[in-house]
Design a protein around this ligand. Structure first.
Ligand SMILES: Nc1ncnc2c1ncn2[C@@H]1O[C@H](COP(=O)(O)OP(=O)(O)OP(=O)(O)O)[C@@H](O)[C@H]1O
Ligand SMILES: [Mg+2]
Length: 380
């Protein structure tokens, strides 16, 4: 590994690298941010991922030092100093970069000295929060799979006898006394309720999805209109849209279902929490550099489209946070706990990711979705 590192350093300095001639190209294409700092902590090299990460171009960064981006007491300075002093590699697995420019948490930082350039330090950054989101996503997937198996069984074993029960109750309705009719109506209504539940579970079925270019803003507008005229009446809706956003590669109806479930939860959280001036914010954006490797999919997926639903409700109760996306997890008297399980299933069918950030007064569900051109990365 050490040899490879030395070659990379040679290419960075502009001299030909004999063993690995395209080391500079490799370094540029590396999906994780890589920067080199000189003895004065000024940037002498940044790769493309680092430009995205820091939100500045290589040209701009070459004029700057670490102190222009981070406060003087930031732990990154200590890490760099320790690397220089001890000439050893030092890693910190959970650093926050918060400044007027940057807002990243959960970043793994590894610093290594560059022997050819005394005083220079190579920093490799990794967004561990994306990896953590992926971790969670994979468990949601298995939860969704167990529901889809169960739905298939229920459809067979419950729906058929249920229609028999319902039909029998309906027949009885004509011949019983008024007092007993109440009971037959009860049987019919309860049978309908069970049927609706099974129908909802059947949406977890493992059918392959049909995809096309979907304008996510139309999807969000559709849901907003539904909400404003129904369950979300009285709540203020705000939009923060990136109008230049390219289409999502997905299934329109399923994406409507996803946004609807999230907005419905947000509206319910606001009303259950008794929030006076409820507000739901619908957000879209483009995020560079979110690439994840997913088991069963050879390529790294590029998930640049971000769709988020934020509310100012009381936040997600602590006791359900760790299995929020599991089926039948609910805090509502009449909830089935299938809303978020279905969201997780649809998003994972789309090859996307979900992240949740929740505290009292601010809960945000963020979806990361693939773009149309990422056809080949469909894991389905
Ligand atoms: N925006 C939110 N704010 C606070 N809590 C939330 C939010 N979204 C979801 N939750 C919590 O997560 C639980 C699970 O949500 P989910 O949508 O899966 O089921 P549900 O809303 O209870 O029932 P269903 O969606 O089937 O009607 C909710 O009961 C609620 O406690
Ligand atoms: Mg719900």
């Amino acid at each position: 590994m050490k040899g490879g590192m030395r070659n990379a350093a040679v290419a960075v300095l502009g001299r030909p690298a004999p063993v690995l001639p395209d080391a500079g190209v490799v370094l540029s294409a590396l999906p994780m941010p890589v920067v080199v700092l000189d003895a004065d902590n000024r940037f002498t090299f940044v790769n493309h991922a680092a430009e995205h990460f820091l939100g500045l171009s290589a040209g701009q960064l070459r004029q700057l030092g670490l102190k222009d981006l981070l406060p003087a007491d930031h732990p990154a300075f200590l890490l760099v100093a320790q690397v220089r002093q001890g000439e050893v590699t030092i890693a910190d697995h959970d650093m926050s970069f918060e400044s007027p420019r940057l807002n990243k948490r959960g970043i793994a930082v590894q610093g290594t000295p560059l022997p050819e350039e005394p005083g220079s330090v190579l920093l490799v950054l990794a967004d561990a929060s994306a990896a953590r989101a992926l971790d969670r996503q994979l468990t949601y997937r298995s939860a969704a799979r167990s529901v889809s198996g169960m739905a298939a069984i229920l459809a067979h074993e419950v729906k058929n006898p249920l229609s028999g029960i319902r039909g029998a109750a309906q027949l009885l309705e004509g011949s019983v006394s008024d007092a007993d009719r109440e009971l037959t109506v009860l049987i019919r209504d309860e049978a309908d309720r069970i049927r609706a539940l099974v129908d909802r579970m059947e949406m977890f079925g493992a059918k392959p999805i049909e995809r096309s270019a979907v304008n996510i803003h139309r999807v969000m507008e559709h849901v907003r209109r539904l909400a404003e005229n129904g369950f979300g009446a009285g709540i203020r809706f705000t939009e923060i849209y990136d109008p230049s956003l390219p289409p999502v590669h997905g299934n329109r109806d399923q994406l409507v279902q996803v946004v609807l479930n999230l907005v419905k939860n947000a509206a319910e959280a606001i009303s259950l929490g008794g929030v006076e001036s409820g507000e739901i914010t619908l957000i879209t954006g483009y995020e560079h550099g979110v690439r994840v490797a997913v088991p069963g999919c050879e390529k790294r997926m590029h998930l640049p489209l971000v769709v988020a639903v934020r509310d100012n409700g009381p936040g997600i109760p602590d006791d359900i946070r760790s299995n929020l996306f599991d089926p039948f997890v609910t805090c509502k008297a009449s909830g089935s706990g299938l809303g978020l399980a279905l969201v997780a299933k649809i998003v994972s069918d789309h090859g996307g990711l979900i992240e949740v950030d929740s505290r009292p007064g601010r809960t945000e569900f963020r979806l990361h979705l693939p773009m149309l051109s990422d056809d080949a990365t469909d894991p389905a």
